[in-house]
Ligand binder design. Structure first.
Ligand SMILES: C[S@@+](CC[C@H](N)C(=O)[O-])C[C@H]1O[C@@H](n2cnc3c(N)ncnc32)[C@H](O)[C@@H]1O
Length: 293
């Protein structure tokens, strides 16, 4: 289970205060991203990790460059903590909420989708979870490191024969018909401009609005968009809803919108100047269907 970076930092600080900075268990190595002695890993595991080039030296110790998390019995590799690198592959509490939404909304009145695209797939978790409800799955991202881990995660899930891995800016690199688009795009204002975090626009909403617009233009008639994102609320006004409503109306889509969690990333309001006027950031769901004819 991956916690927020802030919770991870607190748990680490507590372990350090108790003198436990080096890993003692495989959970410490592949969950808490702690430095470890080579002898902690069974030799075949150490060899595989070396062959996959996922080990980094840390003085006399090693660190794993990947972590593993599970959702619904499946296991996903993603970047180790802290995810400071520009090409870090995201997985976090948003991923669990996103995957729950995908499971709730992916079926078309009980029908399986023919071809689902997970835009900004990261580790591929959303698309791989959606594979239960779709014949084919496209995992698309602009980050090559995300595509490499998505390839591995699709193989771990045993669905590699039904998956396409595509480097794509939103849907631009994806050819062919699509009847389901799912996405959990970046939705923050990130001063470090990391691809997994920086959504652009005044409050991080720009990429999510663009995904809604391009998906509703591109989906097959009757096709569906399931979008999970964060919405900055200013003076009681949901700024993402204000922008995306226009897109849905223009596309004549049948759409529903709801808050999943009223208050996420509360610390950003204090720490990030871009949020000076923001009261809260809500996790929200947009489900929009393109007109059938
Ligand atoms: C918050 S992460 C979510 C990853 C994954 N969907 C999940 O829920 O765990 C956002 C992802 O969107 C990708 N991304 C950012 N801009 C993009 C763009 N223009 N087109 C496609 N993917 C993009 C990032 O590289 C990152 O993997």
């Amino acid at each position: 289970m991956t916690v927020t970076p802030e919770t991870h930092r607190r748990v680490d600080a507590r372990a350090a205060a108790a003198g436990r900075t080096t890993a003692r268990t495989l959970r410490d190595v592949f969950g808490w991203s702690r430095p470890f002695e080579a002898s902690l890993l069974p030799p075949p595991m150490l060899e595989l990790a070396r062959a996959a080039a996922v080990l980094a030296g840390d003085g006399p110790l090693f660190r794993s460059k990947v972590r593993f998390s599970s959702i619904g019995g499946r296991i996903f590799a993603h970047s180790a903590y802290p995810t400071l690198a520009a090409d870090a592959v995201f997985f976090g509490p948003d991923t669990y909420r996103y995957c729950d939404l995908v499971v709730d909304e992916a079926t078309f009145d009980g029908r399986r989708a023919k071809r689902v695209v997970d835009v900004g797939c990261g580790s591929g978790a959303g698309g791989i979870v959606a594979s239960t409800h779709a014949e084919r799955v496209v995992l698309a991202d602009i980050n090559g490191a995300a595509l490499a881990l998505s390839t591995a995660n699709a193989a771990l899930a045993g669905i590699e024969d039904r998956v396409e891995i595509v480097e794509s800016d939103v849907l631009r690199g994806v050819d062919g018909p699509i009847d389901l688009v799912i996405a959990n795009p970046p939705y923050m204002v990130d001063p470090a401009s990391r691809a997994y975090r920086d959504g652009g626009g005044s409050f991080g909403e720009a990429l999510a609005v663009r995904i809604a617009r391009e998906a509703l233009e591109r989906l097959e008639p009757g096709g569906r968009l399931v979008l999970y994102t964060g919405a900055a609320v200013v003076d009681g006004v949901d700024t993402f809803l204000r922008a995306v409503r226009e897109v849905c109306i223009e596309a004549r889509a049948d759409w529903r919108y709801r808050e999943i969690d009223p208050d996420v990333f509360g610390e950003e309001i204090e720490q990030n100047d871009a949020y000076a006027a923001v009261e809260r950031i809500a996790a929200v769901a947009l489900v929009a269907t393109r007109p059938a004819g």
